[in-house]
Write a protein that binds this ligand. Structure first.
Ligand code: AMP
Ligand code: GLY
Length: 413
């Protein structure tokens, strides 16, 4: 089969690497891709969803795999369906699970899925009363729009919470104030369509910029899987209380969910799971360490889910551990300078390799092209082995001003 992968980050390079290893896949296209995908796929520039539709049609691909959420929220899957091109990634109406925090809350409530209590606030609301209602813990304020990871504030500073609430109401009309959930986070990726679902190994990412989970929030500085916090007991509760009811709902829609549902979990001290967020795509960098743990053919699984035949697939996993460490550009998650030379890139082996994210070629030189530039991934029979392999690679890479966290996997190690 031939496939078009949409996106150009570390997640999409990981998807292309997995597809490249798939016997079912003959030809890979990526739009826009990066310097890593260019080695195994044909990269194509695009600016709008209409260009992607045109590209998929022109290339006559067998299916499309959507990396990021924005094209899905803009109707990528709907428009591909009109042209009979299967899309791994949900239609716009279901992509709202990520596009609107309020919508996600309402769907969870309707399905009895455990999540934090919340108030919907608008210009008529008594904001102080709502803040009082959730006092004693940090306040959690969530904008109701796609905000590229900048839409959530968790703060113990009441004035800061109130200011973010007022600013969000001014720009979006409404905002969600949520009860604080204590516990440990894990990311659970569920591949699903109307015929069934497959839970991928649970992982944990590291969202803060510095060691010990300090500093600014980032897109993710590293990740590992499987996450030990996701015990067998937590798994069975998660499936019974979250995955089953969500799947029943999303499978019964006129245009059912086809793709991966990212379930952001908070697991409390009693081992009870709550949903912090849904995303309608693979996590980044969770994808980079989850895909390599899939032993069966990735292309077949993605194509089957895009076509509504997932239940026929036998998806199997390696009994291994995977860990990835992100190399970020100077000043990331603030604004970064692109175009800096990257040297000394180590070559890949069967159990450690470099995932490209914000990379490009300028003449013959590999250069940085984003905030998260690349990540180094290791696979091992235990987590410390995987970590040792990832760190052995990242230490070698030269990129002026770049930084990475030394403690990826610390909770499990
Ligand atoms: P979200 O975009 O909804 O995942 O929120 C971003 C981050 O904020 C999450 O990964 C959590 O670390 C934190 N967070 C969100 N909601 C809550 C909550 N109700 N209680 C505690 N932390 C939260
Ligand atoms: N790593 C978190 C996310 O992809 O949303």
């Amino acid at each position: 089969m031939s496939v078009l992968v949409v996106g150009g980050g570390g997640r999409e390079h990981a998807l292309c690497l997995g597809l490249d290893r798939s016997d079912s896949i003959g030809e890979i296209h990526c739009a826009p891709g990066n310097a890593g995908t260019a080695e195994i796929a044909t990269n194509h520039a695009f600016s709008e969803v209409a260009d992607l539709i045109h590209l998929a049609f022109q290339l006559d691909v067998d299916f499309v795999v959507a990396g990021p959420e924005v094209p899905l929220c803009e109707g990528l899957a709907d428009q591909l369906a009109n042209m009979d091109i299967p899309c791994f990634g949900p239609v716009a109406a279901l992509a709202r699970l990520e596009g609107s925090k309020l919508h996600a809350k309402q769907v969870m409530q309707a399905n009895g899925v455990p999540t934090a209590a919340f108030h919907l606030l608008d210009s008529n609301s008594d904001i102080d009363a709502a803040l009082d209602d959730f006092s004693g813990n940090p306040w959690v304020v969530k904008r109701d729009v796609l905000a590229g990871g900048k839409g959530v504030v968790v703060t113990e500073d009441r004035a800061e919470a109130k200011e973010f609430i007022l600013d969000s109401i001014a720009s979006d009309g409404q905002v969600v104030l949520e009860d604080f959930l204590p516990g440990e986070e894990a990311s659970m990726l569920v591949v699903m369509d109307e015929s069934g679902y497959v839970c991928l190994p649970a992982s944990q990412d590291h969202k803060r910029e510095f060691e010990g989970d300090k500093g600014r929030n980032t897109g993710g500085m590293g990740a590992y899987a499987p996450a030990p916090v996701y015990t067998d007991e937590v798994r069975s509760k998660t499936i019974e209380r979250i995955v089953e009811p969500m799947h029943q709902d999303l499978a019964s829609r006129r245009k059912p969910y086809r793709g991966v549902l990212y379930v952001g979990l908070m697991i409390d001290a009693a081992g009870d799971p709550y949903v912090v967020e849904f995303n309608v795509r693979f996590g980044d960098p969770e994808c980079q360490i989850t895909i390599p743990l899939i032993a069966s053919d990735l292309g077949q699984m993605l194509h089957a889910a895009a076509s509504g035949n997932l239940a026929e697939q036998d998806v199997t996993f390696h009994d291994k551990h995977a860990l990835t460490v992100v190399l970020a550009a100077e000043n990331y998650p603030g604004s970064v300078e692109k175009g800096r030379a990257i040297n000394n890139l180590p070559s890949a082996s069967h159990d450690s390799w470099v995932n490209h994210a914000g990379t490009a070629h300028a003449n013959d030189q590999l250069v940085s092209n984003g905030g998260r530039v690349l990540s180094c991934t290791g696979i091992g029979s235990n987590l410390s082995e995987a970590a040792a392999k990832a760190y052995a690679l990242i230490e070698k890479i030269e990129l002026s001003g770049s930084h990475y966290r030394q403690d990826i996997g610390h909770r499990a190690l």
